[in-house]
Design a protein. Structure first.
Length: 179
């Protein structure tokens, strides 16, 4: 399994994966398809070659298995979390593993790899309707941090979002058994 930054060469592949992701997510949150038969909420252009955004392709052997989209300095921090303006807080905005690779440990290993790339304070969120994602991320973050994370909800948020914050030590983290 490998995680590598997506480049302009990967734009079409990432756009196709984003369509699959939005299709999967439409079962949870709805979503409207355009007259052209495509979802338009997310696109690769807004993630590739952007200063504060990082797109990663996840591969198993050479086959694409998914993606991770990270935004640095995200302004979406829930008001109840302490804000540190000097710190470029990474936020895992979107994460997707193709169905054939799910429940194999690929998602967990890819998440660890992405967290390790940006040491410091992190945030993740899931909407209330996405219980599967919430369960997955609680397990991954708990394992990654040894239980050292915070979780909060913002009742004023229209999506009833649950947020997790934690620190990544980066590649200095002790290796874990990922089997």
């Amino acid at each position: 399994m490998s995680v590598a930054p997506a480049s302009s060469v990967d734009r079409e592949a990432l756009d196709q994966l984003l369509q699959l992701y939005q299709y999967d997510f439409s079962e949870i949150e709805g979503g409207t398809i355009g007259d052209d038969g495509r979802y338009h909420y997310l696109n690769a252009t807004s993630w590739i070659d952007h200063a504060n955004r990082h797109a990663f392709l996840i591969r198993v052997d050479r086959e694409i298995a998914g993606f991770a989209l990270v935004e640095l300095g995200a302004e979406k921090l829930v008001h109840s979390f302490e804000r540190r303006p000097h710190e470029a807080t990474p936020s895992l905005e979107e994460f997707f593993i193709l169905r054939k690779f799910r429940r194999s440990g690929i998602g967990r290993r890819a998440a660890y790899d992405v967290f390790d790339r940006f040491p410091g304070r992190w945030q993740l969120s899931q909407t209330a309707n996405n219980r599967v994602a919430h369960t997955f991320w609680l397990k991954v973050i708990d394992d990654y941090t040894g239980g050292q994370f915070e979780e909060r909800s913002d009742p004023a948020d229209q999506w009833c979002t649950t947020w997790q914050t934690f620190r990544s030590p980066g590649v200095e983290r002790a290796p874990r058994n990922l089997t």
